[in-house]
Design a protein around this ligand. Structure first.
Ligand code: FAD
Ligand code: UDP
Length: 383
């Protein structure tokens, strides 16, 4: 039987580790943090009883039935729809941009087809046929007025650059709807783990063949004791940043508490650039089936990550992609290690995609073990 090391006790390390453990292998999981769960970590606040999404709001949504069955096998998921609101120009609107947003914003009472025609004929810049940048995508699909109210300022705060420097793909994550559906996501399966993500990941790691060591920073000398390492830490960190640092945005959460209901919803976005935070999260609204007098909120600020900050969002502009290519080349030379997850592959990954890739990685790895062939550095190409 093999002896395998998972660097990182987040979803990637837990899911791959569990799969290998069930196949009879010996699995060690290390994490530099004092807790499991990675960025999905949730914890119950001792004073208020509120379940807090410590590294920012996490809503589970997927079309992948196997992944949905997987998470439900380890934790009860209760129905939850993310209904985000946005404050801009002195009013509150519904997001993603939908018929209510459009009618309220323009002071109209349009029906779906009228609104569609209005956006196409009077708002959208239809001269843009193949939008490349975030700004072009917004101008093409909602037009200048909605772009400036909801997207321009928010995106400048979130990414620290002008939307014309960002790829269209970032905005493509959000739909524009010509009906009153205000569900932020469009996936078939959506929900929230009843007792939080930490409980779920704890259950995934709970196997006789898995040992977890917290407060343990990986260094490459530890790899000698194992047949293979699955590394879900930052790709550049594995190589001691020898080629330079891959750029990330980090988040600062300014926590505040209050009695009762602070904002009446889980997530309120702030579209204007002169409001310094991007959004306020009120955690108890992620568990509407619970009842708490007190409330815990996070004001969320985004900035460039320094060497000691937690890396949150990979930037992936032209310069970062070039450096990523150099690290990928280094990684492909390294023996006995595969790079996985959001940091190991330097991509923004939702939880469902992380689990899908972890399952595929573990299965593919086992077939390499069976065939006696070399496991690749990347089971999913990061470029
Ligand atoms: P991580 O969770 O980052 O885990 C990596 C672990 O490795 C960490 O615990 C870290 O401490 C550890 N580690 C790193 N380096 C070392 C080292 N050298 N030695 C030891 N340990 C190390 N997804 C959704 O589906 N829905 C959402 O609503 C959603 N919201 C999000 C909001 C924010 C603000 C962010 C940043 C992400 C969000 N995500 C969401 C994405 C989700 O967080 C990721 O899909 C998930 O965390 C990826 O898991 P991972 O195991 O790959 O990485
Ligand atoms: N965005 C925006 N205004 C909003 C919400 C999102 O401009 O009110 C932009 C922003 O650039 C963000 C992108 O749309 O990075 C994708 O939004 P999403 O909610 O998916 O962001 P994430 O989950 O990455 O925080």
């Amino acid at each position: 039987m093999g002896k395998y090391l998972m660097v990182g006790a987040g979803l990637s390390g837990a899911v791959i580790g569990r799969h290998l453990a069930e196949a009879g292998h010996d699995v060690t999981v290390v994490d530099s943090r004092a807790h499991i769960g990675g960025n999905c970590y949730t914890e119950r606040d001792a004073d208020t009883g509120v379940l807090v999404h410590v590294y920012g709001p996490h809503i589970f949504h997927t079309d992948d039935a196997e992944v949905w069955d997987y998470v439900n096998a380890y934790e009860t998921f209760l129905p939850y729809k993310n209904r985000v609101k946005a404050t801009t120009g002195g009013a509150v609107y519904s997001l993603p941009v939908n018929l209510h947003t459009i009618n309220q914003f323009f002071g109209r009472t349009m029906r779906p087809d009228e609104a569609r025609d209005f956006i196409v004929d009077e708002q959208a810049d239809t001269s843009i046929t193949d939008p490349q940048t975030f700004e072009e995508q917004a101008m093409r699909f909602v037009g200048k007025d909605l772009y400036e109210a909801f997207f321009k300022g928010y995106t400048m705060k979130q990414w620290g650059c002008h939307p014309s420097e960002l790829p269209a793909s970032i905005l493509k994550r959000l739909p524009v709807r010509f009906n009153y559906d205000d569900n932020y996501f469009f996936h078939q399966f959506q929900g929230m783990p009843e007792n939080g993500y930490t409980t779920m990941i704890q259950a995934i790691l709970d196997h006789a063949n898995i040992t977890v060591h917290l407060n343990t920073v990986f260094d490459r000398s530890q790899a000698e004791d194992y047949d293979h390492v699955f590394y879900s830490g930052p790709l550049d960190g594995y190589f001691d940043f020898e080629l330079g640092r891959l750029g990330y945005r980090t988040l600062d959460f300014e926590r505040f508490t209050c009695e009762g209901d602070y904002q009446g919803c889980a997530v309120m976005n702030y579209g204007e650039v002169d409001v310094p935070y991007t959004r306020i999260t009120e955690h108890k609204h992620f568990a509407p089936w619970e009842d708490h007098e007190g409330s815990i909120c996070y004001r969320e600020f985004s900035r460039a990550a320094g060497p000691d900050d937690i890396p949150y969002y990979p930037i992936r502009q032209v310069a970062e992609k070039a450096l990523l290519g150099d690290y990928v080349a280094l990684a492909e030379e390294a023996d006995g290690v595969s790079f996985v997850g959001r940091l190991g592959t330097y991509r923004y990954l939702d939880m469902d995609v992380t689990i899908r890739e972890a399952l595929d990685t573990a299965r593919s790895f086992l077939s390499h073990v069976q065939d006696g062939t070399r496991a690749p550095a990347f089971f999913v190409a990061p470029l």
